[in-house]
Design a protein around this ligand. Structure first.
Ligand code: GDP
Ligand code: MG
Length: 151
């Protein structure tokens, strides 16, 4: 079993695409482990996309990510990390295959709707960044693992 971090970016939330995106992950068979609608501040956006700090589009990317609410999620399933990236499609929606989220819902790389972790290391880092470590939850909350799993 693997867990991955997925986030509907502000363009996806603005366009009302949270529902269709949740549906695709659920239809595939992945299990939703956690979800929240939130604003990202500049610091979190810069941490999340730290690997792109030197890229020319970094400023634009951070501004875009902080421009509205995002929907952060954790999905679980066999090969969830690679599987989510397959559902999401290529980074540039112009190259994303029809049937993928970016292929069906987006036109340009600057507004490509959704993020998915690219490796186990990224998934662990991003889940901790957005949902906090189990030992130090970001806000008081139920521990999802203590709730009986749904069928
Ligand atoms: P991903 O893992 O498929 O999301 O792609 P990357 O990790 O390579 O890039 C992270 C994000 O940066 C992408 O999802 C885009 O939102 C954004 N991005 C990538 N390339 C460009 C670009 O050339 N211009 C702009 N504005 N954003 C870009
Ligand atoms: Mg990436």
């Amino acid at each position: 079993m693997e867990r991955t971090f997925v986030m509907v970016k502000p363009d996806g939330v603005r366009r009302g695409l949270v529902g269709p995106i949740l549906t695709r992950f659920e239809q595939k068979g992945f299990k939703l482990q956690d979800l929240k609608l939130m604003m990202i501040d500049r610091e979190l956006a810069e941490q999340h996309y730290g690997e792109h700090r030197e890229r020319p589009f970094f400023g634009e990317l951070v501004s875009f990510l902080t421009s509205g609410k995002v929907c952060a999620m954790v999905w679980e399933g066999p090969n969830a990390i690679a599987g989510a990236r397959l559902l999401i499609g290529q980074t540039n929606p112009a190259n994303a295959a029809p049937g993928t989220i970016r292929g069906d819902f987006a036109l340009e790389v600057s507004e490509n709707i959704i993020h998915g972790s690219d490796s186990a290391e990224s998934a662990g880092r991003e889940i901790a960044l957005f949902f906090g470590d189990a030992e130090e939850p970001d806000i008081p909350r139920f521990n999802i693992d203590e709730i009986d799993s749904y069928p």
